[in-house]
Design a protein around this ligand. Structure first.
Ligand code: PLP
Length: 456
């Protein structure tokens, strides 16, 4: 029996092992551990020791992630009518995950070629880096032709943002990053963890459920010269509200005037309008002005490669020499963080974007996905307008773009959506239309109207 064995050693009493270890101090804990590690199975007591001598007493439970935690809560709900509109992941009309046909074809090609699993260089797969920068800036753009882009394959959009944040922290220690209010929940975490100070610029106007363009310009103007301005390249998350081309031009004027550094987060290229080129036009507007800028790219959404963690950080520099230096330092930061990126997603992207026939097929599939979201958006608007006896103007839903709709519901109303209607969404009132089917629009409209009018 474990306790009698312990007693016979005379080192300590079972109560001491199982009870107040603080009085015992670390040395006793160590002795106990050594004793138990001598090869015998002491079962239950051994576990108690492991718990009681834990060095992690001071580690508190972290709150669930505001976005991924929604999916966790959804999984435990047993209701038949439950709907997960939390995470931005595309679903079919049957609400099933979707693997693109071009992805399957690219993976077959990889099998046929018998590709190996050797380490990639720190900067990633050369073929991927080439096509990914071209997709973003356009193959004929001066920044590409002049070799002024430092591209490093990284761990999808998040990892690319994090790498750039570490670079900013190292080379621009006095600079602040300005992020939109509101923004994707992880932006603040990324800059916090990288110890980069940030502030917010106004973006969303609750009165119009539209862009607060004047407020945005005022805040960018007021920021210290040389700040980083984080911009969503297209399909702003969470609002679904993008500046018009004319507004982008004005934003670029101001950023140039203030000597700020634009930092684009492009997580939805192709998903906003259905066209890869149209969705890259904001970035290209800035690039064509000869500005130095950062762009974090992700293939999670547009190629449905969520779990492959494939994306890139691109830094446009004023000369090829500066680009080479920047790239060398990005690699230097990546090496001790994760050494080198994974190859599977990179090969898929290189095969699809680098092959004219697969590339065309991809564009068609993307139009299909973007089209389904647009149909759902329209149906939701129709259902809301039909069901709302107060005739509220819901047309802002049609003006929003991309995967999301920002409903304007507050936290209490969003809670009602989940608690009463089993509709899972983030507490800022954002719903992912990519997780909605035409068949569920009517139910969702009822839930929104109930929450909007019955909960203050
Ligand atoms: C605005 C924005 N940036 C970046 C990302 C990063 O996604 P991932 O790391 O999956 O590429 C997301 C994902 O939802 C996003 O919405």
């Amino acid at each position: 029996m474990a306790s009698s064995t312990m007693l016979s050693t005379g080192r300590s009493s079972p109560a001491a092992f199982m009870g107040n270890t603080k009085k015992l101090g670390p040395a006793a804990g160590r002795r106990g551990r050594d004793f138990f590690l001598k090869g015998k199975n002491f079962g239950r007591v051994r576990m108690a020791v492991a718990v009681n001598v834990s060095r992690f007493e001071g580690v508190s439970m972290a709150p669930p992630d505001p976005i991924l935690g929604v999916s966790e809560a959804f999984r435990t709900d047993t209701s038949d009518v439950k709907l997960n509109l939390g995470v931005g992941a595309y679903r079919t009309e049957e609400l099933q995950p979707y693997v693109l046909n071009v992805v399957k074809k690219a993976e077959n090609l990889m099998l046929e070629r018998g590709e190996n699993k050797e380490y990639l260089p720190i900067e990633g797969l050369a073929a991927f880096n080439k096509v990914t920068a071209e997709l973003l800036f356009g193959a004929d753009s001066p920044v590409i032709k002049q070799g002024r882009v430092a591209t490093v394959q990284s761990l999808s959009g998040t990892g690319s943002l994090r790498l750039a944040a570490a670079f900013i922290q190292r080379y621009f220690p006095d600079a602040k990053v300005l992020i939109s209010s509101p923004t994707w929940g992880n932006h603040k975490n990324i800059f916090n963890d990288a110890r980069v100070p940030w502030a917010e610029y106004r973006y969303y106007d609750p009165r119009t459920v539209g862009l607060d363009f004047e407020g945005m310009l005022e805040d960018i103007e007021a920021a210290q010269d040389g700040s980083f301005i984080l911009l969503h390249g297209c399909a702003h998350n969470p609002t679904g509200i993008d500046p018009t081309p004319e507004q982008w031009a004005k934003i670029a004027d101001l950023i140039e005037e203030k000597n700020h550094i634009p930092f684009f987060d492009v997580a939805y290229q192709g998903f906003a309008s259905g066209s890869l080129d149209v969705d890259a036009s904001s970035v290209r507007t800035f690039g064509s002005r000869g500005l130095e800028l950062f762009v974090a790219q992700s293939y999670s959404k547009n190629l449905g490669l969520y779990s492959e963690r494939i994306g890139a950080i691109n830094v446009v520099c004023s000369s090829p020499d500066a680009a080479a230096r920047v790239k060398s330092q990005l690699k230097r930061i990546a090496r001790p963080m994760y050494s080198n990126p994974p190859v599977h997603g990179a090969r898929i992207v290189a095969n699809v974007v680098g092959d004219p026939s697969l590339f065309n097929e991809w564009k068609q599939e993307m139009e299909l996905m973007a089209g389904r979201i647009k149909n759902v958006r329209q149906r939701l608007f129709d259902n809301l307008s039909e069901k709302d006896n107060n005739q509220k103007d819901w047309s802002f839903i049609l003006r929003q773009i991309g995967m999301f709709s920002y409903t304007g519901l507050n936290k209490a109303q969003s809670d009602n959506m989940t608690d009463k209607w089993h509709v899972y969404m983030t507490k800022d009132g954002r719903i992912s239309l990519a997780g909605l089917s035409l068949a569920k629009c009517e139910y969702l409209a009822e839930a929104i109207i109930d929450s909007f009018y019955k909960v203050s």
